[in-house]
Design a protein around this ligand. Structure first.
Ligand code: MN
Length: 676
């Protein structure tokens, strides 16, 4: 359905103009125009919606964009922020967004929408850790999380308009999921603000007490910091170090936690504040540390060197605790301005406009590592050093996390297929599985699952469970269920392993015989109007008039209530209009033309980074997907990449496509080509 952009006459008011100018102040001319376009679309799309405060809805996305603009995030992020609720709440489609704003913006908005859906599905704290892992595991662009955090931030700022029980639940969720997530990404500024907002709603008495106590001692504290500052500055001048010394106050929630943990009143908490020294270089950081330790005595056990051992989120700094002026404990942080940016903005610092080009790749790498670590780490493991994380990371095998249609999260071993998933849900579902849908895309039972996939199983009484399924089933549970079914059905005690071999031999013989029985030329000249569904033929079919499929076209079918299969071109809009309706779920079935099913051979070429075991992973990926490998070559190129070629045989072109996309998901793979 076409959507028109609002026309030029509906110009926003000057207040909006000022706001737009403000949030695009760091962008160039073309980017400013793009942001404006995103704004106009969002304003129009949300025009009939209001916030609980009674304000027009557009205030919300605009505020989210402003928060991100203050982090100097790039144009795509700002556009996605303006559009972040559009897919979920309005008629605008992905296709339209894609056309107008490009795939990156659409992907970002889509990611934010997915996280919102995830959140709505689980309210229990028990699941909080999982959700945090899920978010990290499914998002392949960290900007999605940054937008989501900004979204949360604005919602927290305006939370007082919500009913009390909602305020409490949302605040809990912020403490359980979003604030730790911000911490994990090194966005400590965002984390502190989210925590303080949440605390003000969850324990407003404590919040007020802390606020008052801090205000009361403000003059005291400022005097002390002033003295401390001037001492440090003069000593550093003597050592010829250029430094900026800043006083800093802990945020309310961290004071609150300390009071809780140590069972102390606020008066007994001694380190409400500290100082931070910003210097020019790493060398200066260590020199400064030495200088400070000569002025005041260090407190044993309080020195931490996050410069030589950065935290896994990239945080670097020196920390020390000393007995400062007046015999009072003083916490000192020493770092460069660059480290300070990372500490405040974390991963967001890397999308800061000026840094963009420089950092894009390293950061994405860093984020992937972070994702892996996030899956491994338990809550509260933030303090673990990078090396420890890495070690753990390498020794633990990974899971993929997928969703049921109802949004439940299920962890499956890496490499699990759609059929494994079907068996995981129920044996009967596994045994009657003929395919599936991931999102809205029909997939075969052999398709490997990827974290974040929402998997819908297609089952039918026509399913034919057979020993070939053992070739690609990964989970022991599914394999044993299938084996025991086959034993019962075939009514003998022959071990399933032997049966598999026999079945494979039979299959291979078939493959040799069939193509000969029907020469290729003949097949080309006289079309066979017969279609096959998971190896079955001979059912009643009807060829749809809406798209008039011809032999050779990719096709799919719709199984009507009286068991007639109507054949459509793959992706036919009228088919999907019907098949995508809730009451028709499961009626979409994968089809192929009979005669196109056997011995489809192909050459594929894969380039990848030269990592150990990559070749092995490719081979096992191919085998698991059901391809026969007829030949393989591996080359190392002069630039340290590998180029591997495989000659494979698969039963359909459709499967080949699945295989190509599965291979491209293997870590280290840079490109996968089908060579013609
Ligand atoms: Mn929102």
């Amino acid at each position: 359905m076409p959507f028109a952009l609002p026309n030029e006459n509906s110009k926003p008011k000057s207040e909006t103009e000022a706001k737009l100018a403000h949030i695009t102040r760091h962008l160039d001319k073309n980017e400013k125009a793009m942001v404006r376009k995103a704004y106009l679309l969002a304003e129009d799309a949300h025009k009939f919606q209001k916030r609980l405060s009674g304000e027009p809805y557009i205030i919300h996305p605009l505020s989210v964009a402003e928060i991100l603009s203050n982090l100097e995030m790039d144009c795509e992020t700002i556009c996605a922020a303006l559009l972040h609720d559009v897919l979920e709440d309005t008629d605008i489609t992905r296709e339209y967004m894609d056309k107008e704003f490009g795939p990156t913006v659409t992907k970002l908005v889509d990611g934010v929408t997915k996280i919102s859906e995830m959140k709505n599905q689980s309210r229990e704290n028990r699941q909080a850790v999982n959700i945090r892992k899920m978010i990290l595991a499914t998002v392949d662009d960290a900007r999605v999380i940054i937008i989501k955090l900004a979204d949360k931030m604005h919602n927290m700022q305006t939370l007082s308009h919500q009913a009390e029980h909602k305020r409490e639940r949302i605040s809990r969720e912020v403490l359980d999921i979003y604030a730790p997530l911000a911490g994990r990404l090194g966005m400590y500024g965002m984390k502190a603000q989210l925590e303080d907002f949440a605390l003000s709603h969850l324990d407003s008495t404590a919040y007020q007490q802390i606020k008052e106590a801090i205000a009361e001692k403000k003059a005291d504290r400022e005097d002390r910091i002033k003295v401390t500052k001037s001492i440090i500055e003069s000593k550093l001048r003597e050592s010829k170090i250029r430094a900026k010394v800043l006083g800093r106050t802990k945020h309310f929630y961290s004071i609150y936690q300390k009071m809780k943990e140590q069972h102390k009143s606020i008066d007994e908490i001694y380190d409400l504040s500290g100082v931070r020294v910003l210097v020019d270089s790493i060398q200066d950081c260590y020199t400064t540390l030495g200088v400070i330790h000569t002025i005041w005595n260090p407190v044993p056990g309080r020195f931490k060197d996050y410069i030589s051992l950065p935290k896994s989120n990239g945080y670097r700094s020196l920390h020390t605790g000393v007995i400062g002026t007046g015999g009072k404990y003083l916490e000192v942080q020493i770092r460069t301005q660059e480290m300070q940016n990372v500490a405040e903005y974390g991963i967001a610092a890397h999308w800061a406009y000026k840094e963009k080009e420089k950092n894009a790749k390293t950061i994405q790498d860093h984020f992937h590592l972070l994702q892996n670590i996030a899956q491994m780490q338990d809550e509260g493991a933030d303090e673990k050093t990078f090396m420890e994380d890495l070690k753990t990371n390498l020794s633990v095998s990974e899971d993929v996390y997928v969703f049921t249609p109802k949004g439940e999260i299920i962890a499956m071993p890496m490499g699990s297929t759609v059929l494994d998933f079907a068996f995981r849900i129920h044996t009967e579902i596994g045994l009657s599985c003929t395919g599936g849908k991931i999102g809205n895309k029909p997939v075969s039972i052999r398709t490997a699952l990827r974290s974040g996939d929402q998997v819908h199983i297609i089952s039918s009484p026509h399913a034919k469970p057979n020993a070939n399924w053992l070739r690609f089933l990964v989970t022991p549970q599914a394999r044993s269920k299938l084996r025991s079914f086959l034993r019962k059905r075939d009514g003998d005690d022959e071990p399933a392993e032997v049966r598999t071999e026999t079945a494979e031999k039979e299959r291979k013989n078939d493959e040799v015989v069939k193509p000969k029985a029907r020469p290729k030329r003949e097949e080309d000249s006289s079309p066979h109007w017969e279609v096959e569904w998971e190896g079955q033929t001979g059912f009643e079919t009807r060829f749809a008039h809406c798209c008039s499929p011809l032999p050779g076209d990719p096709i799919e079918g719709y199984l009507s209530k009286n068991h007639v299969v109507s054949v459509h071109k793959k992706g036919c809009p009228s088919l999907h209009t019907i098949a995508d309706q809730e009451e028709n779920s499961g009626r979409l079935i994968p089809l192929r033309w009979k005669g196109q099913t056997e011995n489809y051979s192909a050459k594929i070429e894969i380039t990848g980074s030269d990592r150990p075991l990559l070749f092995l992973d490719l081979v096992s990926g191919l085998t698991r997907a059901g391809a026969n490998i007829l030949g393989a070559e591996a080359h190392t190129t002069s630039i340290g990449e590998v180029r591997d070629r495989f000659n494979i045989e698969v039963d359909s072109k459709e499967l080949l496509e699945t295989i190509l996309s599965d291979l491209s998901r293997i870590p280290g793979v840079l490109s996968v080509y089908h060579i013609i």
